[in-house]
Each structure stands twice: as C-alpha cells, then as structure tokens.
Design a protein around this ligand. Structure first.
Ligand SMILES: *Cc1c(COP(=O)(O)O)cnc(C)c1O
Length: 353
C-alpha cells in the first residue's frame, strides 16, 4: 500500500525500493486510495497492477480506465459504470469486488453474495475481468483476534457462495498478515509495517527518521517563558535551544505539552512550551556540548537513545500512521541510498536523513 505518498515517506522512492526487491519479495502490485495516486504511479513508470482500494467517485472512472488501473467496486451501479468505460475503450477493464465484513465504509454486503455475485458476473461478462475479491479488517492490531476471526469467516463464507472464486482473494493489512498465516490468502496488503511502525505486536525496524538543526542557543534567567501561551517558565538559569521544525512541518502541536522530547548528542531533552509553526524550543541545560547547527532528532535513533514514531503517536493520542502522513512538504526527504552515493557524506556523517 503506497497511498498518501507512501504514508508520507515519498511514493516514487518507496516504489523504486520495493520494485528492486529480489524475486518473490517484490510486490505483485501496488495499492492506492485515489485515482490520482494511481496516475502518479503510472508516471513513475510502473506498468503492473494498481488497485485503487477505496471507492472511486463516478467522475474519475474514465481517468482510471485510461490509466489501466484496477478499481475496487462496492455496488452494482459502479460495476455498470466500469463496464461502460470498458465498452467505450473497447478493451476489458479489471476490478476487485470489495466485501464489507464490518468496516462499514465500502463493499458489497457479506450476506447475500450469491445474489449480488450473480448480478456482478452477469454485468461483467465479456467486458470486465473480475480478478479479485477482498475485505478489510478493522481490529487486526488488537491483542484479541476474535473480531478479526469473525470478519475472516464472514468473508470466506461470502466468497464461497460466489458462482466462481475470483483468482485473487485478499484481506490482510500489515497486522493481519503478520498474525495469522490463514489470513494471507492469495495477496496481502501491507502498509504501516513497510514504513517501520508497529503493526499489532510486531515491531519492525524503523525506516524513517525526522531530524532538524539547532538554529539558536541562548542562556535564560529564572522566570523566562517559552512558546505561545507562555506555558513553560524557567525555574533556574537554563540553556535553551531553538530547533528549526514545527507543526508546519507536521510535528504535532500537541507534542510539547505531552512531554515530547528530542535527542541531542545522544541524550533526550524536553521540548518546552508549545510547538510553533516553524520552531520548537528545547531545554539543553543538560547537554553542555550542544552547538548551533547540531542535529536534533525528533523521531529516530541518535547514539543510545531512540524515539519511535509509535512513541510520538502515543504521546499525542494518535496512531503512527497519522504522524507519518502529516510529515509536510517543507521537510526535505533525504534517502539513505543517496547519502551512501554522495562522497561528501563519507567524510562527515550527517544525520539529516
Ligand atoms: C491502508 C490500507 C491497508 C494497509 O493497512 P496497514 O495497517 O497500514 O498495513 C490495507 N488495505 C486497505 C484497503 C487499506 O486501505
């Protein structure tokens, strides 16, 4: 799944890295949520399968057809419309039928699949390639898999009642794929796991870091205040650092008051006061060696310390997905393979990835 610009990490480079995986590790295809994302994948040169996994608005069917995308269809009206596009283009178009087993946002009903299945088969006969059938789990990351097992069996029953089993049956997101072999079916749809955040109990190796530089360091007297609302006040003489990153870059505004930290010179330092649009203030009193220009790590490892995207998400009462997808365009994306290729980085290892 490379929707939302590959969860904020940059779809073209993520796709290039995944396509370079050897043999069976390379993806069968890519999943996106919007037709425009499918078009962007085509612009990257990917000619294989692209599943638009969320329902496409009627006005985008023609574009989806022209780009050779595979649509997820959830009702007969959409099947008719997609068949209309196939007739217009004079070539078969591919689709997967989604089945709603409890997510409640899209899909044919899990009950009655023999009826709607027959109708879908009739409407698509000779014009459409009904390649796949899928559902989406709502709780595969929960400790208790009872609800997921129930969704899985509703799905299996619904597929069994179709006249013919489509070639590709799939259900599992990252957590589902990692927790039960049986959920894997013909395909899995991993997202968050690829991007290095926890998927249920599985804790993959982090793949992304967020770093910024100290742009100013000052000594302050007791009583000095920091940030909008002056929510933090120095109780002693302190050394404050200004770091060039803020909520305008996707750093959650809630992070400051929630006990958020940065790592400077391998030590955790508190973010003091509220996060501004463009900067944060950190208390560097305990890190005597910190200098302007040094790197502050907001997510990632520096020496013995590591701040995971899941830690940041938990502090802000959200999920890792939201933290990643909100990383803004103002943050330059620096990729490790570029770093390795650049001779300038060999002499002075730079933590700016
Ligand atoms: C986003 C998405 C996924 C990926 O889920 P993760 O929890 O990130 O692995 C899989 N399937 C569908 C339909 C999705 O929308």
């Amino acid at each position: 799944m490379v929707k939302a610009d590959a969860y904020g990490l940059g779809m073209p480079r993520v796709v290039a890295a995944l396509c370079a995986l050897p043999g069976p590790a390379a993806p069968w295809g890519y999943g996106v949520a919007a037709v425009a994302e499918g078009e962007a994948l085509r612009a990257c040169g990917w000619t294989g399968p692209v599943l638009v996994a969320a329902p496409a608005p009627p006005g985008e069917f023609a574009r989806a057809a022209e780009a050779g995308l595979t649509l997820a269809l959830s009702d007969l009206e959409a099947v008719r419309r997609w068949a209309g596009e196939a007739r217009r283009l004079g070539r078969p178009l591919t689709f997967h039928a989604e089945i709603d087993t409890g997510m409640g946002r899209s899909g044919f009903p899990a009950s009655g699949s023999s009826r709607w299945g027959a109708e879908v088969a009739r409407l698509s006969s000779g014009v459409l390639d009904w390649e796949g059938c899928f559902t989406h789990f709502h709780s595969a990351d929960e400790p208790d898999l009872t609800a997921t097992d129930a969704q899985w069996s509703r799905f299996v029953d619904a597929v069994a009642r179709l006249l013919r089993r489509p070639r590709l049956v799939h259900a599992a997101n990252s957590a589902g794929a990692l927790r039960r072999r049986s959920y894997a079916a013909d395909l899995v749809r991993p997202g968050i796991y690829l991007y290095g955040a926890a998927a249920g109990p599985a804790r993959p190796r982090p793949v992304a870091a967020v770093r910024a530089r100290l742009s100013l360091i000052r000594k302050v007297e007791p009583g000095a205040t920091a940030g909008y609302g002056a929510t933090y006040g120095a109780t002693r003489r302190e050394r404050w650092g200004t770091v060039a990153i803020g909520y305008g870059d996707g750093l959650p505004r809630a992070l400051g008051p929630a006990g958020g930290e940065a790592i400077v010179h391998g030590r955790r330092v508190p973010i003091i006061g509220r996060v501004s649009m463009d900067v944060i203030t950190v208390d560097l009193t305990g890190v005597a060696g910190a200098r302007v220009g040094d790197v502050a790590t907001l997510i990632g490892r520096d020496g013995p310390e590591e701040i995971t995207v899941d830690e940041v998400a938990a502090r802000c009462a959200t999920i890792s997905y939201e933290i990643l997808v909100r990383l803004g365009p103002r943050l330059p994306r620096v990729y490790l393979d570029d770093e390795r290729r650049s001779p300038a980085n060999e002499a002075a290892p730079d933590a700016s990835q």
